[in-house]
Design a protein around this ligand. Structure first.
Ligand code: FAD
Length: 371
C-alpha cells in the first residue's frame, strides 16, 4: 500500500471530498482517511439547500463566498457528471420564504429594497404556482438562486471523480494521531498503518475539535443536532423549496419531501426524538394543511459543526505549518463545499487568494479581533 502523499485529508464528508477532487484535478497525490463510510456524517443528514440568500443576512465576505460557492454548482453539475456519471440532483427552481403575518410580510418586502436577487410575490401569485400552500399565507419572498442538491450524491460524485483522477480514499480508517516527522512532514496514525504527508487538512466536521486541541489551538467546534423527516404524498405538489421560521420543506426529485430541521445545541446523539419530529410537524401543518395524510418515509438526525461565530475555519495553521483547516461549516456545509475545495487547493498550491476570505475564515480570527 502507498503510504507517502503530498496531501492527507482527515474526514471523508462533502468538505474533504471537495478538496480531494480539486487537488486530484491538479495532479496532486492526495489521500483521504475516513473513519466510517464516506459522506456518513453530517453530509448525509443534510437537506441539501443552497441557501446563500435565505440563510445569510449581511453583505459581507461570508455572503460573497457563499454566493460564489452556490454559482460553482452550475460548473460542478456538468463536470462531476462527466467524470463520475453521478447526477448530483441539482434543482434550481428557487425558494419561497413565507410570510404568515402582516408584520412578516412587511419585513420581507423591505428585504427587496436592498437585495437585488429577490422579489416579493403576493399571496395570489404564490398560491397560483404552489396551490398546496395554506390560503392563510400573506405572500412570500421569491429567491430564484437558492436551489438544492442531493448532498449524498454530491459527496459520492466528488469522491468517485477524485478517485478516478488518482486520489486514494480509505474508509473505516480513523486518524488517531498527527505527529511531525524530522523532515517536517506529518505522520497520520491509523489502526491500518501510518501515512506520511507533506501537507494535511483537518476536515472531519464536528469531530475536528479534538485535533484543534492536540495542535494547541483554542478554536472549538460544538455539535448542533438537527432532526429531519421525509414524507411522500400525492396531495402535495411543491416545485420550490418552502422556508418559514427556520423550518423548510425541500421537494426532492424522487417524489419525497424533506422537512427540517431542529436545532439542539451541545447534543452528540444522532437519534431523532419524538419531540423533535413532532415540533417539525407542528411547524409545517399551518403552512401545508394536507401534510397530515402524507406517508412518513424516514426520520434521522445529524450533527452540524458549529464555531463560536457561526463561520467556518478555512485556512492555514497560524504558525505557518503545512496544516490546513476546512471545518465548522455549521448549517451551510453543502452550500460552501465547492468554494472550500477551491480555496484549500489554492492555499496548498500557494496561489493568489482573496484576502477578505483569508481573514474572514482564519483559525485565529477571534483572537486577532480581541487583541
Ligand atoms: P461531515 O459530513 O460530518 O464529515 C466529517 C467526516 O469525518 C465524517 O464522515 C466522519 O466519519 C469523519 N471523521 C471524524 N473523525 C475522524 C477521524 N479521526 N479520522 C477520519 N475521519 C474522521 N448544509 C447546507 O448547506 N444545506 C442544508 O440544507 C443543510 N441541512 C442540514 C440539515 C441537517 C439536519 C444537518 C445536521 C446539517 C445540515 N447542513 C446543511 C450542514 C451540513 O450538513 C454540514 O455543514 C456539512 O455536511 C459538513 O460537512 P463535513 O464534511 O465538514 O462534515
Amino acid at each position: 500500500m502507498k503510504t507517502q502523499f503530498e496531501v492527507g485529508i482527515i474526514g471523508g464528508g462533502i468538505i474533504g471530498q471537495s478538496i480531494a477532487y480539486q487537488l486530484a484535478k491538479e495532479g496532486v497525490s492526495v489521500l483521504i482517511l475516513e473513519s466510517n463510510k464516506i459522506g456518513n456524517g453530517a453530509t448525509s443528514a443534510a437537506a441539501g439547500m443552497l441557501g446563500a440568500n435565505s440563510e445569510l443576512e449581511n453583505n459581507d465576505a461570508f455572503f460573497q463566498f457563499a454566493k460564489e460557492s452556490q454559482q460553482h454548482y452550475h460548473v460542478l453539475r456538468d463536470e462531476l457528471s462527466q467524470i463520475s456519471q453521478i447526477n448530483i440532483q441539482f434543482v434550481d427552481k428557487g425558494m419561497y420564504k413565507l410570510a404568515m403575518t402582516d408584520a412578516e410580510a412587511s419585513a420581507l418586502k423591505d428585504v427587496v429594497k436592498y437585495h437585488e436577487s429577490v422579489e416579493w410575490h403576493s399571496k395570489e401569485v404564490v398560491l397560483e404556482s404552489e396551490p398546496t400552500l395554506s390560503a392563510t399565507i400573506k405572500g412570500a419572498l421569491y429567491i430564484p438562486e437558492d436551489g438544492h442538491v442531493s448532498p449524498y450524491h454530491v459527496c459520492a460524485a466528488f469522491s468517485k471523480s477524485a478517485r478516478l483522477l488518482g486520489a486514494t480514499i480509505l474508509e473505516n480508517t480513523p486518524v488517531h494521531e498527527i505527529k511531525k516527522t524530522v523532515t517536517n512532514e506529518y505522520t497520520l496514525s491509523t489502526p491500518v498503518t501510518d501515512f506520511v504527508c507533506k501537507n494535511i487538512v483537518i476536515a472531519n466536521g464536528v469531530w475536528s475539535g479534538h485535533f484543534f486541541k492536540k495542535l494547541g489551538l483554542d478554536a472549538g467546534i460544538n455539535p448542533v443536532k438537527g432532526e429531519c423527516l421525509s414524507i411522500k404524498s400525492n396531495d402535495i405538489g411543491l416545485e420550490k423549496t418552502i422556508f418559514y421560521d427556520h423550518c423548510y420543506i425541500v421537494p426532492k426529485g424522487d417524489g419525497r419531501f424533506v422537512i427540517g430541521a431542529t436545532m439542539v445545541e451541545d447534543d452528540w446523539s444522532t437519534v431523532p426524538t419524538i419531540g423533535g419530529i413532532q415540533s417539525l410537524i407542528e411547524k409545517v401543518t399551518p403552512i401545508i394543511p394536507s401534510i397530515s395524510s402524507a406517508q412518513l418515509i424516514d426520520t434521522w438526525a445529524g450533527l452540524r459543526p458549529q464555531t463560536i461565530d457561526g463561520k467556518p475555519y478555512i485556512g492555514q495553521h497560524p504558525e505557518g505549518e503545512n496544516i490546513y483547516f476546512a471545518t465548522g461549516h455549521y448549517r451551510n456545509g453543502i452550500l460552501l463545499a465547492p468554494k472550500t475545495g477551491l480555496m484549500i487547493r489554492d492555499l496548498i498550491l500557494n496561489r493568489k487568494q482573496n484576502e477578505d476570505y483569508v481573514k474572514a475564515f482564519s483559525v485565529n480570527r477571534l483572537q486577532v479581533q480581541t487583541m
